[in-house]
Design a protein around this ligand. Structure first.
Ligand code: HEC
Length: 114
C-alpha cells in the first residue's frame, strides 16, 4: 500500500516537474527578444569600447578609429565587432551576446556627426 502511494506520488512529481520547467528556461532572459535601447547599449559601449574609442567616439586611443567620422555600413560594423580587424580592433564574438552586438551596431552610428 505504501509502495503504491509512493509510485503515484513519484509519477505526479515527474509530470509536474517536466511541465513546469520548460517555460522557466525559455524565459530565463525576458529581454532576449527585445532589441536593446540606446541607454542600455551606451552602457555596453562604455564598458567594452570607450577605453579606445572614447565616450564620444573620438578618443582614438591605441590607434582606434574615430567613430564620429566612420562611414561603415551595418554589416561591416557588425563584422568588425565580431571578428575585429587587422588594424588593432580585437574580436568581441566571445564576449558579447548577439543582442549586445546588434545594440552596439545601432549605438555607434549615434556617435556620428553629420
Ligand atoms: C583596444 C582598443 C579598442 C577597443 C577596446 C575597441 N576598439 Fe574598435 N577599433 C580599434 C582599432 C585599432 C580600430 C581600427 C582603426 C582603423 O581602422 O584605422 C577599430 C575600429 C573600429 C570600427 C571601424 C570603424 C571604421 O569606420 O573603420 C568600429 C565600428 C569599432 N571599432 C567599434 C568598436 C566597438 C563597438 C567596440 C566595443 C565592443 C570597440 N570598437 C572596441 C580599437 C578598439
Amino acid at each position: 500500500m505504501v509502495l503504491r502511494y509512493f509510485t503515484v506520488f513519484a509519477g505526479l512529481f515527474l509530470i509536474t516537474s517536466c511541465g513546469g520547467e520548460a517555460p522557466v528556461v525559455e524565459n530565463e532572459d525576458p529581454k532576449v527578444e527585445e532589441p536593446m535601447g540606446t541607454e542600455e547599449a551606451r552602457t555596453v559601449y562604455t564598458l567594452n569600447c570607450a577605453s579606445c574609442h572614447g565616450q564620444d567616439g573620438k578618443l582614438k586611443a591605441s590607434n582606434a578609429a574615430d567613430l564620429s567620422k566612420s562611414e561603415m555600413d551595418d554589416a561591416h560594423i557588425k563584422q568588425t565587432i565580431l571578428n575585429g580587424n587587422d588594424k588593432g580592433m580585437m574580436p568581441y564574438k566571445e564576449m558579447l551576446s548577439a543582442r549586445e552586438v546588434e545594440g552596439l551596431v545601432k549605438f555607434v552610428k549615434t556617435l556620428r556627426e553629420e
